[in-house]
Ligand binder design. Structure first.
Ligand SMILES: NC(=O)C1=CN([C@@H]2O[C@H](COP(=O)(O)OP(=O)(O)OC[C@H]3O[C@@H](n4cnc5c(N)ncnc54)[C@H](O)[C@@H]3O)[C@@H](O)[C@H]2O)[C@@H](O)CC1
Ligand SMILES: Nc1ncnc2c1ncn2[C@@H]1O[C@H](COP(=O)(O)OP(=O)(O)O)[C@@H](O)[C@H]1O
Ligand SMILES: [K+]
Length: 494
């Protein structure tokens, strides 16, 4: 699990560690020196040959600039030609600047050095930042970007909000980000995540001083293949019976895709309830589904419901949604189900509810526009979780899962290949089965998003989940369903 901590928690952990270090001996700037050593090592790796390389530091007035200066000093000692552009010369980190000068680093009088740099270190602002870059900093960053050298962000790209990934105004687009002590949520969540480039973590010893994370991102090893599959005593009820209420005359495909996602998530049984023609389409595509063209209440007992994909918003759809929400089992509400839920202002339920909106649907749930949601994904997902007393999986360029309390999950397997009609229906079925198998909503949602992204990557490039962006060829929602077994095998290491 990749874990990220809030700025407040990072600061508290740093203070505790510094106090401990002071008791046992080492003096000033010891953490900053650890950070700078990790940073200089990463830069040396990127440069290949440090001797005679041209490095420029963009130095703000806080400790982030201090990191850059100490790292610049180390590179200068190894023979790099290092120039520092001080945004606020009177307030640059004094000891860092002295070390930098002592190592042969130079303070540049002109931004021209950016035009010829092999590598630019962005030490303008780190976790102490607020808002976008100030105009003078933004001008230098633009020049650095045009200069064509590699841009390495110190701790996080300046202008990105460390706690949320929000970017208000200008921000650095880094090729690489070297972050210290722990991940920051803003490096995992868009738009911040797309400013970070390839991000790496340098350990500075905060370990024991860090509390529970604010956000986590699953990795392969965290996705547990349901044990029930392997038990000789497994039966279809123990593996999970999921009910799917989806599709309409206009959108029969949504039902077919949601049922496909549910089946390929390993359901013991998928029960489907939908109107005649939709039921026929589901029967034809998935003979293994147990289909009724009656109401959800006539479908038989299930351990979780999925309601909403392609459902429509007419009177019949309302009735179906109401029946499902009245049940005492976990319910996943998606798509048209969310539009109806937004109209109703919510629903009182005894069992957990999982909402899976995209930005437009989340906007409807909160009466704000989709652009506002995209710009502040975590903030809005949190608001919806609180308002609706539900776990919220917000889809899009970074899928985030917000439980009513506890750490947020951020999905690392997402790929723009998923942005194809019907792929959300597959995700709904997939997450619904995991709910039916007894997973907590946050776990069901995060695991489903992880497998969904992985399946899209594997559909594009069966030989490697990592290669998805370079592999040619489009991926359809049906391809994602077909690749789900390969995604399970991938996480199981088979
Ligand atoms: N505290 C510690 O022990 C450690 C801190 N470290 C570094 O210290 C950083 C935090 O340092 P600080 O708390 O001094 O804060 P920062 O250096 O992140 O930023 C504070 C300074 O930036 C200015 N500023 C704020 N928003 C700005 C914006 N949008 N545009 C331009 N300037 C802006 C502020 O006026 C202030 O002078 C971390 O990100 C990390 O790089 C590391 O050295 C590890 C150890
Ligand atoms: N830019 C993107 N990067 C990664 N994933 C994306 C991107 N855009 C959309 N997705 C994913 O694609 C899926 C689309 O779902 P949704 O919007 O519900 O579409 P539909 O209703 O057509 O099925 C979601 O899983 C979402 O997270
Ligand atoms: K920075």
């Amino acid at each position: 699990m990749r874990t990220a901590h809030s700025v407040a928690d990072v600061r508290a952990a740093e203070a505790a560690l510094i106090a401990e270090l002071r008791r046992t001996g080492p003096g000033e700037d010891v953490l900053m020196n650890r950070a700078a050593t990790g940073l200089a090592t990463a830069c040396a790796g990127l440069l290949g040959r440090v001797y005679a390389a041209r490095v420029v530091l963009l130095v703000g007035s806080g400790d982030n600039g201090g990191d850059a200066l100490y790292a610049g000093a180390q590179l200068a000692r190894r023979g790099a030609r290092v120039d520092a552009l001080l945004l606020n010369p009177d307030r640059a980190h004094a000891r860092g600047l002295a070390a930098f000068r002592g190592a042969g680093g130079r303070v540049a009088g002109d931004a021209e050095v950016l035009d010829r740099a092999d590598l630019v270190l962005d030490g303008i602002v780190g976790i102490g930042g607020s808002g976008g870059l100030r105009p003078d900093a933004a001008e230098l960053v633009l020049r650095a970007e045009l200069g064509g050298g590699l841009i390495v962000a110190v701790d996080l790209p300046s202008g990105v909000d460390a706690d949320t990934g929000e970017v208000v105004g200008a921000a650095v687009h880094a090729d690489v980000t070297v972050t210290f002590g722990t991940w920051k949520p803003g490096l995992l969540i868009d738009p911040g995540a797309s400013h970070a480039g390839a991000a790496t973590l340098v350990d500075i010893g905060l370990g024991d001083h860090l509390p529970d994370p604010a956000a986590c991102a699953l990795q392969d090893a965290d996705v547990l293949v349901p044990f029930g599959w392997l038990l000789p005593t497994a039966d279809k009820y123990r593996r999970g019976v999921v009910g799917v209420v989806a599709g309409s005359k206009t959108y029969p495909g949504a039902a077919v895709l949601a049922v496909g996602g549910a089946l390929r998530a390993g359901a013991g049984m998928v029960r489907f309830a939908g109107p005649g023609r939709v039921a026929d389409a589901v029967r034809a595509a998935w003979p293994e589904a147990v289909v009724t063209d009656g109401l959800p209440s006539e479908a038989g007992r299930v351990q979780a419901w999925v309601v909403g994909p392609g459902l429509g918003t007419d009177k019949k759809a309302r009735r179906r949604l109401a029946e499902v929400l009245d049940s005492d089992v976990p319910v996943l509400v998606d798509a048209d189900g969310l539009t109806l839920l937004a109209e109703a202002g919510g629903s009182e339920r005894s069992a957990p509810t999982l909402l899976t909106p995209h930005a437009g649907e989340l906007g409807r749930l909160l009466q704000v526009g989709p652009a506002a949601v995209e710009a502040a994904r975590l903030t809005h997902a949190r608001r919806a979780a609180a308002r609706y007393g539900a776990t919220v999986l917000l889809k899009g360029s970074t899928t985030v899962v917000v439980p009513p309390d506890g750490p947020v999950r951020v999905n690392p397997t997402g790929t723009p290949r998923l942005a194809t009609a019907g792929s959300g229906d597959v995700l709904a079925g997939l997450a619904g089965t995991l709910l039916a198998a007894g997973r907590e909503p946050v776990d069901a949602a995060a695991t489903a998003a992880y497998l969904h992204g992985l399946a899209a990557r594997l559909a594009a490039e069966p030989d490697g989940a990592e290669a998805d962006l370079v592999a040619p060829g489009p991926v359809t929602a049906t391809d994602i369903v077909a690749a789900l077994p390969a995604a399970w095998r991938h996480v199981a290491g088979a």
